[in-house]
Design a protein around this ligand. Structure first.
Ligand code: C2G
Length: 445
């Protein structure tokens, strides 16, 4: 019996996939189809697969060509599968020509002609979200680079209010998009906006976008006006619009997994959290102050995410111990007291400290080394070191692609937003910023 194996994602199953499977089956007597797991796809750079694994497996099954279906979970599995199942022929579409020649050592490799004019990416792009860029700050360059990894969204225009900031602090990619002289004229042309303008302008920009029925992805922090945040969330919910805060940690796969692990009780009851994020910005300090403000506004959103996700929003007390230079908070310690737990965070824009995250519990603790906000690795540690374990994940590029994928998914699925950084989180974060900037429980040193 001649055994054939082929692999794919089979997202948004189409004629190209069907033709490939039909021809693969015709190469032998028994066809094994490897369907990629969601995690494997992410690790090989496929971020916005639309269908979940079970749907993709079902679609392959429905063709009737597969005698056996396996899940592909890691690089190198093809070699293992070929040996394990006694495969005679490995086949894949001609878009991979040459790439899998190394498998010739284990079986025959056949590249089948790819069906022209159809692909999952093309289907995903058919109803692309038309995005307007608002603001031309440096973060935009990273955002645009990361957008290249996400399908289903395209920039149709850009707008930024005039200011006299030195151009070296501005985005170099902003100019490549069609320019709009007024924000209103850009809003007329888009489904959604990405707002990266300075924090002081964001409330007005968010309000106008929601008013016109546009989805909003805004840079962190969300703001420091709690009442405005309440209003925006209400408007977005009433109008069925996506309103998201772009804080990369909240969308990266490893951070979410770490939160779930801790929530599942592996370290017992959480008693303490220490989350730091410090930077020495040097000559970029004034620019950062212009865009966001001091240490709490610039960096507070990261530790607040960890604290709120793990201990909730119902803290009994919060205090801020802050150091000011020229009226700007350059280093601040935020202390939280909960019923039965404490949390502390050091944020700084002109000082450096260890930037780790430690979550302590009654059974053990989780240690996430710096930069924990780009979570790739963490350790579960116990009194008995034999019980310790280490967890590794991949954090792709600058990490912004994860939030862009989520933004597109939320818009397209019009589903209930079920993100780590949900509306409750946005409100809790905004509340902290407003307390701090209104000087509640603030001690200066
Ligand atoms: N295909 C095709 N014609 C198309 C589109 C896809 O023949 N118009 C083929 C691909 O060449 C591949 C299969 O259909 O053999 C599945 O394609 P994808 O779902 O895009 O999967 P892919 O990323 O190519 O995964 O380990 C996974 C494999 O390396 C291939």
């Amino acid at each position: 019996m001649k055994k054939v194996i082929t692999y794919g994602t089979y997202d948004l199953f189409h004629q190209g996939h069907y033709n490939l499977l039909k021809r693969a089956k015709a190469l032998g007597d028994y066809l094994i189809v490897g369907v990629t797991s969601d995690y494997f796809d992410k690790s090989r750079g496929k971020f916005n697969v639309h269908d979940d694994l079970m749907t993709r497996i079902e679609n392959v099954k429905k063709t009737g060509f597969a005698d056996q279906i396996v899940v592909e979970e890691y690089f190198g599995q093809k070699i293992d599968d070929i040996k394990k199942y006694g495969v005679d022929i490995f086949t894949v579409g001609s878009d991979w020509k040459g790439y899998f020649d190394y498998l010739n050592e284990y079986c025959k490799v056949v590249y089948l002609e790819r069906t022209k004019g159809i692909s999952s990416t093309q289907i995903r792009n058919e109803h692309s979200v038309r995005l307007g860029i608002v603001g031309n700050e440096m973060i935009l360059d990273r955002f645009i680079n990361e957008m290249k990894y996400v399908s289903g969204i395209e920039v149709v225009g850009a707008y930024a209010s005039k200011d006299d900031v030195d151009s070296r602090y501005k985005s170099v990619q902003f100019q490549q998009f069609p320019q709009y002289n007024t924000y209103e004229s850009l809003l007329d042309k888009v489904d959604a906006v990405y707002i990266n303008a300075p924090l002081t302008q964001r409330n007005e920009l968010i309000a106008a976008a929601l008013e016109k029925g546009k989805h909003v992805l805004t840079e962190f922090p969300f703001g420091f006006n709690y009442q405005k945040a309440v209003e925006f969330i209400k408007t977005a919910s009433e109008k069925g619009l996506v309103l998201m805060e772009g804080l990369k940690t909240a969308y990266c796969p490893a951070f979410g997994k770490m939160i779930s692990l801790v929530k599942s009780g592996r370290i017992g009851k959480i008693l303490s959290i220490e989350a730091n994020f410090t930077q020495i910005l040097g000559e970029n300090l004034q620019n950062q102050v212009r865009i966001a403000g001091g240490s709490v506004a610039s960096l507070g959103a990261y530790p607040l995410l960890a604290i709120f996700k793990l201990l909730g929003y119902d803290y009994k007390k919060v205090e801020f111990i802050t150091h000011q230079e020229n009226g700007i908070d350059t280093m601040t310690r935020m202390n939280f007291i909960y019923d039965g737990a404490i949390a502390t965070s050091l944020v700084a824009i002109n000082a450096k400290a260890e930037g780790s995250l430690t979550i302590s519990g009654t059974k053990g603790y989780v240690y996430v080394p710096a930069p924990w906000w780009k979570t790739e690795y963490y350790e579960l540690r116990y009194e008995d070191i034999n019980k310790n374990s280490k967890f590794f994940y991949k954090f792709e590029g600058e990490g912004l692609r994860y939030e862009i994928v989520e933004f597109v998914r939320c818009i397209k699925e019009t589903a209930e937003i079920n993100l780590l950084l949900n509306h409750d989180n946005i409100l809790a974060e905004t509340k902290i910023l407003s307390l701090f900037y209104e000087k509640n429980n603030v001690i200066k040193f």
